[in-house]
Ligand binder design. Structure first.
Ligand SMILES: NC(=O)c1ccc[n+]([C@@H]2O[C@H](COP(=O)([O-])OP(=O)(O)OC[C@H]3O[C@@H](n4cnc5c(N)ncnc54)[C@H](O)[C@@H]3O)[C@@H](O)[C@H]2O)c1
Length: 351
């Protein structure tokens, strides 16, 4: 069952529709016309406007939750208590206690729970990780990431933009927290846990947290940097959002660069390996942003079929939320912050 049929559902649905062992039973959206339209478009059997009802449907055994962030906790509780396996879209929550509560309810219910983000499944980034683990660039020394926001991008309903940029409803900032979840996930995926961060977040029009600079040190010694900027007249060659990424890892004997995840700012190969004085361009690889969503969906279904925890567990997601909280604290207090300083708050409601 799909809960939330808004903007990003267009991409999240693809892997589920395409997986030979997955059947889309039901969709749910509070907007009835949209729920009906999605049911027809995606060939689901039925639609609901209340997620409690979808969760109670005995034909549904797993859900993908694609709701605004303040609804993540109630939807996870509803699905877990009804015994459904859960894939929740990033970012996990607005406060750490909510994330802890999700982990607990899923555990008590004995259901698999993951908090998905798609960048980890972008085929060039997965190959980058393989090269890294195979020692192609020697011992990694640093990771360098860039997000360039720009002009253009697909149509996004105004209602969607409004909750995404409202700190109360989004739970953080639009760039470094909301989009940042992907980048923090990639940093941890590539080089492991983080020891400390030092960051500077600026705001344009008092709303969007650009330009910003996020730096950190991994527990295993490598340094990381993420530059976040937006060019209002920087026209993106896009199919999706008007933004693009760049991830580069330097090692003791080489450099590996992954480009153009969301858009195609530069028409260069999606992965370039430099070693032994030579550039090796890898361009015979799937590199559409939609591929990353597709593969994230397949990973969830395959994990359920194999009866094992999908990647990006609830605990992993809580770790990324702490990474974000440390970034925010560092920027507000203008100092270096260790992740060990970030404590989980006590539960604030009797949800
Ligand atoms: N992976 C990515 O790159 C990416 C990109 C965009 C959004 N997201 C995430 O996806 C999720 C959804 O974001 P979106 O941009 O699609 O938002 P959206 O606002 O377009 O979609 C949310 C949908 O939820 C529906 N909804 C709201 N309240 C509801 C309720 N009580 N019951 C049922 N339906 C309800 C809305 O009508 C809307 O259709 C968020 O977690 C967001 O952070 C991820």
């Amino acid at each position: 069952g799909i809960i939330g049929c808004g903007r990003i559902a267009d991409l999240n649905i693809q892997g589920y529709l395409d997986h030979p062992k997955c059947e889309l039973v039901a969709v749910c959206d509070i907007n009835e016309a949209l729920a009906k339209k999605r049911m027809q478009e995606w060939g689901a059997k039925k639609y609901y406007t209340d997620f409690e009802k979808l969760c109670a449907d005995p034909e549904v055994n797993a859900v993908e939750i694609l709701l605004p962030h303040t609804l993540h906790l109630p939807a996870v509780i509803s699905a877990a208590r009804a015994g459904k396996h859960i894939s929740l879209q990033k970012p996990m929550c607005t406060e750490l206690w909510e994330g802890r509560k999700m982990v607990e309810v899923a555990k008590q219910a004995g259901v698999w729970f993951r908090v998905t983000e798609n960048f980890m499944y972008y085929p060039p980034f997965r190959l980058m990780k393989k090269y890294l683990d195979a020692g192609e660039i020697g011992t990694p020394l640093s990771i360098d990431m860039r997000l360039a926001g720009g002009a253009g991008g697909w149509w996004v309903p105004l209602k969607t933009w409004l909750w995404h940029i409202d700190p109360e409803r989004c739970g953080g900032t639009p760039a470094v927290y909301d989009d940042g979840y992907h980048k923090l996930s990639i940093a941890k995926f590539m080089l492991g846990e983080i020891e400390k961060v030092k960051c500077w977040l600026d705001f344009t029009f008092a709303v969007v947290d650009v330009p910003s600079l996020v730096t950190w040190k991994h527990k295993s010694g490598q340094v990381g940097v993420w530059e976040v900027e937006t060019g209002v007249n920087l026209m993106m060659n896009h199919k999706y959002y008007g933004a693009d990424e760049w991830v580069e890892i330097t090692g003791t004997k080489g450099v590996i660069t992954g480009t153009r995840c969301t858009s195609r700012l530069m028409e260069i190969p999606p992965l370039i390996l430099y070693k032994d004085g030579q550039h090796i361009a890898i361009d015979d690889i799937r590199d559409d942003w939609a591929d990353s969503f597709h593969d994230a969906g397949w990973h969830f279904i395959d994990s359920l079929l194999e009866g094992k925890q999908p990647d990006l567990s609830g605990e992993d997601a809580l770790y990324l939320m702490k990474f974000w909280k440390a970034i925010w604290k560092s920027s507000c207090e203008n100092r270096e912050v260790s992740l060990s300083e970030i404590k989980e708050e006590a539960e604030q409601t009797n949800a």
